[in-house]
Design a protein around this ligand. Structure first.
Ligand code: FAD
Length: 594
């Protein structure tokens, strides 16, 4: 299916649209150019970064800077910078394929991602031509490195509660305040800093490290990503020229939150890169470690871990690249030549806020679970700092916290969907009415076609269970629903699982149709994921009903959920066994994209 109709797609519409009716970009569609970039990134990581793992993690900042500059020389820092400013302006899917490779060393992943994402993109989307000319060519080559300073000691999730101030004094802004937890602060040459003008107009400013009045604190002592620089940034009467205001006065929130959306899908992609590295060494270790006279990967419970890791990689890629496909098509529909280019492009990305948050939450939790299972598969050695899972577990913990905590992102997923429904942008009410009518005549397995018909049926049932429960919550709680965070989180979890299941099914079905070499393992991983995920949605829909009604009303609601529960489980154990045996036989995750 082509992806050309994407400009009409509304973020969040996957819930309301029959599976397969929306276009979807899948990783198997990558062309040679994108793969070339990604191979260059892989070679760079394998040749230069991964061998220096230990040095990097001793917080050798000159080494990190040197590696970043090398990455710049290879063109890996300018991928998302327009050509007019000496970047390559590749599409997001290509930049993400590169990012996945660059994410195979935890600390370096954060350094790279903060530089090329939240550090550089505010300028790309909101800078004036003069600002872009002044900085982007230097950022594209790595001559300069960048940081993004939004968080403060007293305001993290509540970013608009910032206390930093900016006052116009003649031809200069004077900035005061403290920013906290700023990635790359130890070496960044350029900071995007958020402060309030006149105590109320939240705005963004470009501050150079040599500007008078800016300094950084000591390096934070962190649980993980110990090789990345994280410091406070202190502004004491920091004077910068008037033309360093970035974007419009008082519109800093558009920059702050818009850029975070990008950070979120990037984090999802980076998480898959991290999972691939973990799976690789876990397959190797479990085949070399013998207990009871056998390699431990011959045991069902170790095979379970390998199969689950691989399945998360497959599903994570499917859902990430689906979102990125939507973003690319929406971005291509806007032109850099327009005077409102930056704002148009940001609006195009904002449309997919729900999907970006799903990538972040799903990816960060999948990576954390993968690292945790790697620790377990290594046994006592997994707990030793001499073996890689210990560091992987510590390094990836941060992903659930930054770019908006997973709590905030869960509230965003359900909250954005509801807001759009209330505004009439998404026909949620109409879907609810359709589902209410279908209770007497739910979709049947025979209504679906193709090699994965059974799974498609399962997903369509999941959507209806979610709708029965969410519809009830809207009906009972009304405006108070958004304040009922546990209910909102359950809704988000269901939406996330539905998006993940759908994305995997479309990817696997396309592989089967195209006779892809690894189509059968793709089918097994998809079936395994849907088998488990369907039951999570089922459980969440029932529990959500119990959160909002009791007694007879609950019995009635549960009967509504049950009407859409005719999906029989298959054996996850059998599927995991088959998947694991392929992984073990090959010694690696088989579905290579590049
Ligand atoms: C290593 C590291 C690197 C970072 N890099 C950067 C960077 O480069 N630039 C930058 O600007 N920031 C950066 N941050 C900051 C990061 O984005 C924040 O830590 C994060 O947004 C959370 O803010 P907080 O720490 O103040 O936690 P808080 O906002 O105080 O949250 C604490 C807890 O309360 C929960 N919570 C808060 N509000 C709500 C709510 N309304 N409903 C439900 N639960 C809620 C949170 O989910 C969390 O569990 C970094 C942080 C770390 C640790």
């Amino acid at each position: 299916m082509s992806t050309t109709a994407t400009d009409q797609i509304k973020g969040g519409s996957f819930l309301l649209t029959p599976l397969g009716h929306l276009p979807q970009f899948t990783p198997e569609e990558f062309g040679d150019d994108a793969k070339e970039f990604a191979r260059a990134a892989r070679d760079f990581m394998q040749g230069e970064v991964i061998p220096r793992d230990e040095e990097i993690d001793k917080l050798d900042l000159p080494l990190s800077v040197k590696l970043m500059k090398q990455a710049g020389e290879l063109g890996l820092l300018g991928l998302e910078i327009p050509e007019a400013y000496e970047g390559m302006d590749v599409d997001k899917r290509t930049a993400m394929l590169v990012l996945e490779e660059m994410s195979k060393q935890g600390s370096f992943a954060v350094t790279y991602s903060a530089n090329c994402g939240i550090g550089t993109l505010p300028l790309v989307y909101f800078g004036t031509d003069a600002q872009k000319k002044a900085y982007l060519p230097k950022l594209a080559t790595g001559e300069w490195l960048a940081a993004y300073a939004l968080t403060e000691p007293g305001s993290g999730s509540d970013a608009l509660g910032a206390k930093a101030t900016a006052v116009l004094d003649g031809d200069h802004w004077v900035l005061n305040g403290t920013k906290m937890w700023i990635t790359n602060a130890g070496f960044a040459d350029l900071f995007t800093i958020f402060a309030k003008v006149d105590g109320q107009h939240f705005s963004a400013f470009l501050v150079e490290k040599t500007d008078p009045g800016i300094s950084t604190g000591a390096e934070e002592k962190k649980m993980g990503i110990k090789g990345s620089s994280t410091r406070a940034v202190i502004l004491e009467n920091c004077r910068i020229p008037k033309d360093r205001l970035l974007g419009e006065l008082g519109k800093g929130h558009k920059i702050a939150f818009g850029i975070l959306n990008i950070g979120r899908f990037k984090l999802g992609v980076g998480s898959v890169g991290g999972m691939k590295r973990i799976l690789e060494y876990t397959i190797k270790y479990t085949s070399e470690r013998f207990q009871f006279g056998k390699p431990i990967n011959s045991f069902g419970l170790i095979q379970q871990k390998l199969a689950d890791m691989a399945t998360k990689i497959f599903v994570g890629e499917a859902l990430n690249y689906r979102t990125i496909g939507y973003l690319d098509d929406a971005l291509h529909a806007t032109s850099w030549d327009s005077p409102t280019a930056g704002a148009d492009k940001m609006a195009a990305i904002d449309e997919f806020t729900i999907e970006c948050s799903i990538s972040k939450v799903w990816g960060s939790e999948a990576l954390f679970a993968t690292a945790d299972e790697a620790v377990q598969a290594f046994g006592g050695y997994g707990f030793s700092a001499e073996y890689p899972p210990e560091k992987a577990q510590r390094d990836c913990r941060i992903n659930r916290i930054f770019e908006g905590t997973n709590e905030i992102n869960r509230l965003l997923i359900a909250g954005t969907l509801l807001k759009r429904a209330m505004k009439g942008d998404l026909p949620l009410l109409q879907f609810g009415q359709q589902v209410a009518k279908e209770i007497a005549n739910p979709p049947k397995a025979g209504d679906f076609t193709g090699p994965l018909a059974r799974l498609k049926h399962g997903v369509e049932l999941s959507k209806r269970q979610c709708m029965v429960a969410a519809g009830l919550a809207v009906q009972v709680l009304g405006q108070k629903l958004v304040d009922n965070q546990e209910v909102m989180a359950r809704m988000s979890n269901m939406l996330t699982e539905i998006y993940a299941m759908e994305s995997a099914i479309v990817r696997a079905e396309r592989m089967l149709e195209n006779g892809h070499r690894w189509a059968e393992i793709a089918r097994d991983m998809t079936e395994l994921y849907v088998n488990e995920s369907w039951h999570r949605v089922h459980g969440d829909s029932r529990m959500l009903c119990a959160d909002v009604v009791e007694g007879e009303a609950l019995r009635h609601a549960l009967a509504g959920v049950k009407a859409f529960a005719e999906f029989h489980p298959t054996s996850s154990a059998r599927l995991r066994g088959r998947i694991a045996s392929q992984l073990i036989q090959r010694g690696s995750y088989p579905i290579e994209i590049i």
